[in-house]
Design a protein around this ligand. Structure first.
Ligand SMILES: Cc1cc2nc3c(=O)[nH]c(=O)nc-3n(C[C@H](O)[C@H](O)[C@H](O)COP(=O)(O)OP(=O)(O)OC[C@H]3O[C@@H](n4cnc5c(N)ncnc54)[C@H](O)[C@@H]3O)c2cc1C
Length: 510
């Protein structure tokens, strides 16, 4: 049985960014492998997106101001220009024309637009409150027609292959550092195989599941960032984790259900335990202030008054309207015995979006030859310190497409010989899952309590010491145990926890 596969391009991740690259590359007739570690390819953050995606007119003069204002003037203007110039035609081509994604329309068949925090006017299109699901499923349906793309599920990328590290001969160490594919763990066959490719695209998403309370899919454990760093890629802005202010405060399995910002866009007010509309004290834009401002204000209210949560009030809207406009949120709350047309909704902030990531230029290139990154795993600088709502699906779709387009001119090399790359050697000792589970909880609790919304030097130093020691333990344990998707995730999580902590320390010390 072969222990290697050869492709022109290897894409790791089947969210909006990876799918956008795959769909574009398919047109070229090049051979593409698209892999995900989950059994169902839709299992991703993209699937869970609720609010919508920006659909921008060419005369939208305010997008630049809005993105910069939300990020406190820290966004990369080149990335904003890239989105301004390319995104509309890509939404038209990929979502409307190819995938036929459905969006909510009015009675005359015209697209409806909604508004979220820090947007100057309604410019977001949506599919009720399940926009991500509509996009992800329509892209996956279109992918079935893409004959040059092979989709693999339950395949976990373990490490990027660089001949200078993984070559058979000493002489390969003198080659320019370049990525020639990845070692991938086949969960069904329980073995690691070599995927060799001319180019590799990381589209593995963010790292928010490292926190105790988050809104994300469990796939966001920082695998891409960790693999890239081990191979020598630069990361940037890793301290900028966005916390969403309004997630449902109820029985939680760590993944907290998001109460979309679109509710506040459509008039919901935030009130504290005394019934006071507290955002008046914090920002002129009240509930529509940037997310970081609302999250910090909420945590302040909770800590000062020892409240467990604050509340969203949308009781001014009628039951039929709320049921129609927000069907998923309605169902979730109803299952938890809340009627949002009459009850206040208890909410708390939770980790939501990784603004930083693998540093890329406007062509999606990293500092490593033949390695690209797209979507939430990357850092184009578009979001600076704090992301404007509904820009991330757009960023993933746009850069996924333009990165693929950019590399097309340069796909003429031979795939690196598998004979010159070492096979993966792994141990056979069965992994102790209770150790993995406990280590994961240490990471989640420490990230939440010491590297969370309010950071201090002392908390970060404590977190650094804990993660450094855990990192050492996990490395030893990892080397001795047989491969498992959870173990791969643990190794990556502790590395990325340390990266976020160190970046946060640098930023509080400056
Ligand atoms: C609840 C929620 C609501 C949101 N609402 C909005 C919104 O309204 N508008 C908006 O613009 N954004 C929204 N976002 C953010 C947005 O959904 C994400 O930023 C975006 O979907 C990220 O897309 P991606 O393709 O980069 O990554 P993802 O969609 O997270 O996909 C990552 C993929 O990589 C795979 N993967 C990870 N590690 C490995 C590995 N080691 N090997 C193989 N595969 C791997 C995963 O299985 C997955 O297939 C929301 C996010 C959440 C969680």
């Amino acid at each position: 049985m072969k222990n290697y596969l050869e492709y022109d391009v290897l894409i790791i991740g089947t969210g909006i960014a990876g799918l956008s690259s795959a769909i574009k590359l398919n047109e070229s007739g090049k051979k593409v492998a698209l892999i995900t570690n989950r059994s169902k390819p839709e299992e991703s953050n993209s699937y869970w997106a609720q609010g919508g995606i920006i659909y921008m007119d060419s005369d939208d003069k305010l997008i630049d101001d809005d993105i910069q204002a939300a990020s406190n003037q820290t966004s990369n203007s080149l990335a904003i220009e890239h989105i301004e110039e390319n995104s509309k035609k890509i939404v038209d081509e990929v979502l409307f024309k190819k995938a036929g994604t459905t969006f909510t329309k009015d009675d005359n068949g015209k697209l409806k637009f909604t508004q979220e925090a820090a947007h100057s006017f309604p410019r977001i299109i949506y599919n009720d409150d399940a926009t991500g699901k509509a996009i992800e499923i329509s892209l996956l349906n279109y992918l079935e027609k893409c004959e040059h793309v092979d989709l693999f599920t339950q395949m976990t990328a373990v490490d990027l292959i660089t001949p200078s590290h993984h070559g058979i001969e000493i002489h390969q160490r003198y080659e320019t550092t370049k990525v020639v594919g990845a070692y991938v763990f086949d969960q069904k066959k329980e073995k690691v195989i070599k995927f060799l490719a001319q180019k590799t695209i990381l589209a593995t998403g963010g790292a928010n599941a490292l926190y105790l309370h988050h809104t994300n899919s469990p796939t966001t454990r920082g695998d891409g960032q960790a693999m890239a760093r081990r191979a020598g890629a630069e990361l940037s802005n890793m301290e900028f984790i966005q916390f969403h202010p309004t997630t449902f405060y109820g029985p939680s399995h760590h993944r907290r259900f998001l109460i979309s910002e679109a509710l506040r866009g459509e008039g919901a007010k935030l009130v504290n335990g005394s019934g006071e509309r507290f955002m008046k004290k914090y920002h002129d834009d009240l509930e529509l202030a940037p997310r970081d401002v609302v999250s910090r204000a909420t945590i302040n209210e909770m800590i000062e008054n020892k409240w467990d949560c604050v509340y969203l009030d949308i009781t001014n809207e009628s039951k039929p309207h709320l049921k129609k406009r927000f069907p998923n949120i309605w169902n979730h709350l109803e299952n938890n015995k809340y009627d949002m047309s009459t009850d206040l909704i208890p909410v708390v902030p939770a980790a939501h979006y990784t603004c930083g990531g693998i540093k890329v230029n406007q062509s999606g290139e990293t500092n490593l030859k033949n390695l690209y990154a797209v979507g939430e795993v990357s850092c184009t600088g578009l979001h600076g310190k704090n992301r404007l709502a509904s820009t991330s699906l757009l960023e993933g779709l746009t850069y996924g497409y333009t990165t693929a387009e950019f590399m097309l001119d340069d796909l003429n090399e031979d795939v690196y010989s598998h004979l010159k790359i070492r096979d993966w050697s792994s141990s056979q000792e069965e992994v102790d899952m209770s150790l993995v589970a406990q280590d994961k909880m240490i990471i989640k609790n420490t990230m939440w309590n010491y590297v969370g919304i309010n950071k201090s030097r002392n908390r970060l130093l404590r977190a650094k010491a804990m993660f450094s020691s855990l990192h050492e333990q996990v490395q030893k344990f990892y080397r001795g145990a047989a491969m498992h998707d959870e173990l791969i995730g643990l190794r990556n999580s502790v590395e990325v926890a340390l990266i976020i902590t160190n970046a946060s320390l640098r930023s509080v010390e400056n």
